[in-house]
Design a protein. Sequence first.
Lengths: 426, 426
Amino acid sequence: MHPAKAFERTVGDLRRGATESRLGVADRWLAARLQSVIESVDVRLELWDGSSPYSATSRPIGDLIVRDRRTLLGLIVNPELYFGDAYMSGRLDIRGAIAPVLEALSRTSAPEYSWKDRVLAALALPTTLASARRNVHHHYDLGNDFYQQWLDTDLVYTCAYFANQTMSLEEAQRAKLDLVCRKLRLQPGDTVVEAGCGWGALAVHMARHYGARVRAFNVSREQLSYARERARREGLTDRVEFIDDDYRNVTGEFDAFVSVGMLEHVGLRQFRTLANVLRRTVRRNGGRGLLHFIGRDAPRPLNPWIRRRIFPGAYPPTLAEVGTLILTPAGMSIVDVENLRLHYARTLGHWHKRFAEVADRMRAQYGGEFERAWELYLAGSQAAFATGWMQLFQVVFTPFETPPRYWTRAELDGRHRGARCTAAMR
Amino acid sequence: MHPAKAFERTVGDLRRGATESRLGVADRWLAARLQSVIESVDVRLELWDGSSPYSATSRPIGDLIVRDRRTLLGLIVNPELYFGDAYMSGRLDIRGAIAPVLEALSRTSAPEYSWKDRVLAALALPTTLASARRNVHHHYDLGNDFYQQWLDTDLVYTCAYFANQTMSLEEAQRAKLDLVCRKLRLQPGDTVVEAGCGWGALAVHMARHYGARVRAFNVSREQLSYARERARREGLTDRVEFIDDDYRNVTGEFDAFVSVGMLEHVGLRQFRTLANVLRRTVRRNGGRGLLHFIGRDAPRPLNPWIRRRIFPGAYPPTLAEVGTLILTPAGMSIVDVENLRLHYARTLGHWHKRFAEVADRMRAQYGGEFERAWELYLAGSQAAFATGWMQLFQVVFTPFETPPRYWTRAELDGRHRGARCTAAMR
């Protein structure tokens, strides 16, 4: 049968709601196309009747199981969106360890520069104050209880920093908090504004170990109430204030601006607003800031499934977008950039493993689709950071009038302040 | 007299070639305007009759001496261009240490984002192969003898790296060469292409201390002949090849691409070409590269005087321009960025001091105007890097398929490879 005819017939079958398990010529033809792509990365396709077009003699690293015709077609027509929904509903499954299979699949195409992506990225809808709050609630107000089941004990929901290969997730999260403080060269009495403070771990760390006075913004009520309780428990309420407001409403001038894991939720259209916030809040003489965010090599919209199901309104920017739309208009110099994508892959590996350990409880509590969506999101993100589809940038900046506050990175990274930093880590 | 009238009369005087030393009302009015600007940074203006409109009680850090009316007018109408030519010809002079005065003067305005600058920057003329060669000859073929009088003994004409505060220029240049090699994680047998190799110090360092096999490109014949002789003297001709050609003509695939101090001469319009060079020369799997260049916080053309007299065709790009026009189209991930502007200010301080020590000989050999132009260029550049008008970026990148070759910066910076690096430095 001519391919176009086969395709037409398959679509016709779908429209008629045909769900017979028998494979037609069109199914076989489509499956062969899909198999030829994923065979290059050693993944075996298995169809709803148990057959497989896999032809290689090598042992596959895992199987992609397609349970019906609709899923097969979806994977060919719009894999970015369809993969997630099909996996979530169970119409698509993975046999073998999910993370390596997703990593392999993401190597079948390249996160390259394309004008289509540029245009789509530019069209990213502006995030209004109201929608920002809504978007944040969608994800972060799932309940502290949900996150406590699989995050580290300090509830840090951003890329950790594994300063050495043997660190636990708990240690690596604390190492990250400390890395951020050292890159900011925090001194006792420094005033800090934090935009998007999660459950408050960084704000508390800055106050406790560096004597900083912190105003931390968040629009997630669940997180805020947890953060406030934490500050009370640690006796730091005089030095840390958690504010239920959008960071864009911040007033006053500060020694340091810090934002960890928020920029990717801001949306490209709001970057100018953030530039204005930086311009008015960072002290020109001696001020500095740090942005820690999920980014890209090239402008392209976030995977539509992640955008729809997990993070509405999210957009991971390129370093150039952050420079052109935020730091340059804010009159800032880029002092230092570190790409920690492998650390995020490892962080996500920890999260995914912990999540899998409580999968049964998750299913009972939130339902099977929810559990599968989160499993896919965690394992898929791990694959994206491992393969270079996603980057994790830490950018240190200062107003151009302020020279970098260190001479070499040895100081910046605190290795010359050994005693202090080690003490702070305990 | 009404200011507009005074101005008109001064222009009239100029047109008539009036050069009388007597100060008119217009002169005084213009001088007062200029003084009010530079008084904010404690610089005293002195006019051709020896008088000064300086009114502060504080002791100035230095004097700006204007020797005729034409110079006064030029400083007001087009200071960026006029300052250099007037200083060069002696119609403008500085009493006191030149570098601090220039640094103070550069603080009277801000290197800010403007649409005018963006447009001017975008119009930067394309650098053809022929004009690239011409531009390079203008500056670099002044003669090795000229540079040997004031550069370090290894003839490294780019920003040094002062790993500690006590390093000499010689040590800091060697520390820079080694920093570049470590950031590239060079291993014995690695193939390297170097675009714009100067007098060959880096190429020889990579071959000698890291066992790399280097193809180094340059279009300056004087430099090439020196570099080849150096490789012969050190017995490295089997590992280092110096090629008299434009880097854009490079063929083959390499483990590493490196360019130190060339990007700022390439011109914005040629960035796409460089992207193509990177795309075809850097091995996708395991390759990496480093760009070391003078940059900006915001797009703006190079100072027109420097562009006309010192570096024709030069344009220091922003990090975003390098990302958008080179690294993203080349399919590269940014792994690491370090801003070394304070190191460049110190390097230029060393050069300026050494240059001043041989000023008499320079004047005798090249003439007074040439000597003054170079003094101003060195001291002015020192001021620009000290005050944040100019940045010095080192950018490490890899093809997105290649994960960073290190886990933390401790490895990247080689501090965990202590023995090896120390040995290499000897």
